[in-house]
Design a protein around this ligand. Structure first.
Ligand code: ATP
Ligand code: MG
Length: 375
């Protein structure tokens, strides 16, 4: 079996820096390496309805935003199939059969779902659809026989749930589904990028994000008001870099070239900080102010985002083409999902039209019954 890559995003907002480092950059890297047979990217609009059923407009509006973000970050529709989840109804059928393989208690134990319920203030009003979304993710993955899933670490419990479903299914109905593996970014700072407010995860639903498509001014404003070490009050105070989002963003984005360009003294040619370790060391011993670090972070982010913004502007003038990419991708994805659903229903034994054995044995059963009653 070859390599089949699948990832996705919920169209609940524009994509943010967490997506860029947690998953998007990995996808582009894998895409450009070319070491795969098929690559699918799902815009999970159906899943997004599970916590936005009262505001479908939000989901609808964000489909194009997510697609624009993909394309401007370098996802190539000639190499990947980008599709809309709701355009592939076979995914719901698969979800339905997988639901029998998961207990309610198992869903309730999922740490990501637990956390998301708190973020969303669901309390005792958790929609069944929301509770079961890890099962629908298993459908999304297995429908395409995907074995490589590049994700941020909040998705690990979902991949684990999928693996369990695959194992249960194959045990019950024979070897049919492929067990996937999560692939995390190499750089640990990218596994779960914190929010600008210092919360553990930058997330669309919390609103603590720097968006990939934010303007230069917006990025500047957000960086300058970012949470840092609350005890680092005066410049001379020793500061903490651990858990400090400004430094975590630098871990995720700053490259050697940024240090060499930004901190080079034009006259002497001397470089004030050659790498992040030097910058961190100064902050930790005191004498380095938040403003100076934030200005550098802004420079790094701006340098990274500027080419993406440019590309996005071009794409924004070609909206019909972008929608067409999604529709063509959805048609292609649907064909594959239809094949998997057929395979799954056959394995379960729900393949009546092609089940000659069933029809034959029923004929014989009634023939025998009637013969006996005649005698
Ligand atoms: P929502 O709040 O609507 O759930 P989200 O910001 O969590 O949105 P998703 O669409 O759920 O984004 O996630 C898409 C992908 O991006 C997943 O692979 C997820 O792991 C990754 N991801 C999301 N946020 C981060 C983050 N802060 N750091 C690293 N990866 C992230
Ligand atoms: Mg999420």
């Amino acid at each position: 079996m070859g390599n089949i890559i699948l990832t996705g995003d919920r169209p609940t907002g524009k994509l943010h820096l967490g997506h860029l480092v947690g998953s998007l950059r990995e996808r582009v890297k894998l895409q450009d390496l070319g070491n795969y047979d098929e690559m699918y990217i799902e815009i999970a609009d159906a899943q997004a309805t599970t916590d936005n059923f009262g505001n479908i407009q939000k989901v609808k509006d964000n489909i194009i935003e997510v697609a624009l973000d993909y394309l401007s970050c370098g996802i190539d529709p000639n190499k990947c199939t980008i599709f809309l989840q709701s355009e592939v109804p076979e995914l719901s059928d698969l979800t339905f059969y997988y639901m029998n393989l998961v207990t309610v208690a198992r869903l309730q134990r999922n740490p990501t779902v637990k956390q998301e319920i708190i973020y969303r203030d669901f309390n005792n009003t958790i929609p069944v659809g929301f509770m079961t979304y890890p099962i629908s993710q298993a459908a999304d993955i297995t429908a395409f026989d995907a074995n490589i899933i590049p994700v941020g670490d909040d998705q690990l419990p979902m991949i684990e749930q999928t693996r369990e479903i695959v194992r249960s299914f194959n045990r019950l109905y024979g070897d049919t589904l492929v067990e996937p593996k999560a692939v995390l970014p190499q750089n640990e700072a990218c596994h779960r990028l914190p929010g600008t407010d210092g919360q553990a995860k930058m997330s669309k639903s919390i609103g603590n994000c720097i968006y990939i498509s934010d303007s230069r001014e917006e990025v500047k404003k957000k960086v300058m008001s970012m949470y840092t070490d609350p005890n680092h009050i005066k410049i001379e105070d020793p500061g903490k870099t651990e858990g400090n989002p400004v430094f975590i963003y630098l871990e995720a984005f700053a490259e050697e070239k940024h240090f060499l360009e930004y901190f080079k003294n034009k006259e002497t040619g001397e470089v004030e900080y050659k790498n992040l370790d030097e910058l961190k060391a100064h902050y930790e011993r005191g004498g380095l102010g938040d403003m100076k670090v934030k200005k550098f972070l802004f420079y790094v982010l701006d340098t990274t985002l500027e080419p993406i913004r440019e590309k996005r502007k071009e794409l924004e003038n070609n909206i019909p083409e972008v929608y067409q990419i999604l529709f063509d991708g959805s048609d292609k994805a649907r064909k594959k999902a239809q094949d998997t659903l057929k395979k799954v229903k056959k394995a379960i034994g729900l393949d009546y039209r092609n089940d000659q054995e069933l029809i034959q044995s029923t004929i014989e059963k009634y023939r025998n019954n009637n013969r006996q009653s005649e005698n």
